[in-house]
Design a protein around this ligand. Sequence first.
Ligand code: SF4
Ligand code: SF4
Length: 466
Amino acid sequence: MSAARAAPLAAPEPAPAFYAAAAKIYPRETGGRFARLRRSAVLVLLGLFYGVAWLKWDGHQAVLFDLPARKFHVFGLTLWPQDFLYLALLLIIAALALFFFTALAGRLWCGYACPQTVWTELFIWIEQWTEGTRTQRIKLDRAPWSARKLLRKASKQLLWLALAAYTGFTFVGYFTPIRPLGGEILAHALGPWATFWILLYSLATYGNAGFLREQVCKYMCPYARFQSAMFDRDTLIISYDRARGEPRGARRRGSPARAQGLGDCIDCTLCVQVCPTGIDIRQGLQYECIACGACIDACDEVMDKMGSARGLIRYTTEHALCGGRTQLMRARMAVYAALLALASGVLLYAMFTRTPLILDVIRDRNALYREVHGDRIENAYTLRVINLDDRPHRYRLQVGGMPQLELVAPAGPIESAPGTVSTIAARLQAPQSAAAGIHPITLSLAAEDAPRIVVHEQARFIGPKS
Ligand code: SF4
Ligand code: SF4
């Protein structure tokens, strides 16, 4: 037998695990300050989402992003593609507000306002209503299939599907008028695109809030990855007070912890059971923590029962945990606040001084000028008048900037329906004696019924060379 054959065979290396199935999380229901805050946020935000789509304003849908017509109606305001500045400013303000509040108090957005959190909370309420408490849900999942289990599971799925479908319908109702959309569904006359988008958003809601849940926060959300860049040692975060809690261990209610060589944590794991992302906050700040505050509520309840002070898990800062003083107003907060105030001020100013009228002046390219009646010079222009307002207007055109310049056409006011673009031929004349050379001129368009709506546009009047 060769030496090579005599050597013992090494056990093959186990293949690296690229994927480990996530254990299902059964969050325990909680009461308390932060649960009330989260429920209120869910009710207000979902109330707004489902309710605002049905509001009317001046005879049309109050909030409608009419993409085919390229018009956004936001209550009394109609925004056009030309108003992109407002959208850009709004996005900048949203980003700065996110930076400001994250630097101040951590992931407030994730815990209370993110659509993923809000819809997951709603889906969990349905789950609790149909399948019971955490313990009952775990038992039900482990139990063999029976009529009772089928009934509970089926009713949960049906309610989830109905809610997801209504959410998809409402979402599309912000882009297509919701009342006719509802009518089309009832009449089985829904178009293919509307069907596609409603199904897509229904499926996304059903999948994300019903099944993916914390996986979205852990693996899909980019914000979870970079939010720590906005944290510093004075940012309010939800933390376990290790110095007070350790060494953890079970003890009788009311018995002094220190006398038994223990900290305040009784290792009941309730803070883990209520966590929607299934983490143990006692292991320190983790990127999976969405700052929902459920562990604070759970632990406060335990501390109350044990006769200890609340706040073993609490909103605090790294500085405070190390015995230092927290500085809420610091340089980065001042910079975020100043930028936020500036961007908000610019947006408000731009909105209040917005003129719902655009005038484009295009010179006739076929001829520099024409001689008319032998002693007059005429220039021709094409005017594009865009009425951005929600009501019709009569506009009067005036010209200036050059002596003896006369408007020949249009002779009367320009009528313009709301949200329309009108193309008008305009002719200006001046005597030969005054017209020689190139003259900068101004065309002004003013609404007869609204003195505040007036725009000025620069152009050139060209005459023969002097
Ligand atoms: S809930 Fe409080 S006492 Fe219970 S394990 Fe968590 S930190 Fe410890
Ligand atoms: S650790 Fe606490 S605050 Fe963070 S997600 Fe879990 S329950 Fe919410």
